[in-house]
Design a protein around this ligand. Structure first.
Ligand code: AMP
Length: 114
């Protein structure tokens, strides 16, 4: 997807504060942070929503969590705690249609989420 904003970040065409990257994933700070730590982990490959994840993407989906773990450790919040969120489609509040895992930390979280 040439005009997808997160594809463009993955290609380095739009600046982002990258905190982790490997051959398949990239993690960068959210532009509008909702917590002291707010990082997004995305696959480099365009997948629009969770509904578009295929069985063959199972390893990639698991790697999102392994990256989240690394980011949480690097940010020093692994022991205090952090929340991972993936919004799917409009009613959940998805605004960028390239899957991304939010990592939120650095403050006490409420439950249930709004
Ligand atoms: P969602 O609403 O779950 O789709 O989350 C999209 C997130 O992407 C929001 O938290 C936005 O603040 C964030 N976002 C949008 N554009 C950028 C960008 N260029 N760099 C970093 N974060 C962004």
């Amino acid at each position: 997807m040439t005009d997808c904003i997160f594809c463009r970040i993955a290609r380095g065409e739009i600046p982002a504060e990258v905190v982790y990257e490997d051959d398949e994933l990239i993690a960068f700070r959210d532009l509008n942070p909702q917590a002291p730590v707010h990082v997004l982990v995305i696959p480099r490959r365009h997948i629009a929503t969770i509904n578009d994840i295929e069985p063959g993407d199972a390893e990639l989906a698991g790697r999102l969590y392994l990256a989240a773990r690394k980011v949480a450790e690097a940010e020093g919040v692994a022991e205090r705690g952090y929340r991972t969120v993936m919004n799917c489609n409009s009613e959940a509040g998805q605004s960028v249609y390239h899957i991304h895992m939010h990592i939120l930390a650095g403050r006490a979280m409420q439950w249930p989420p709004g």
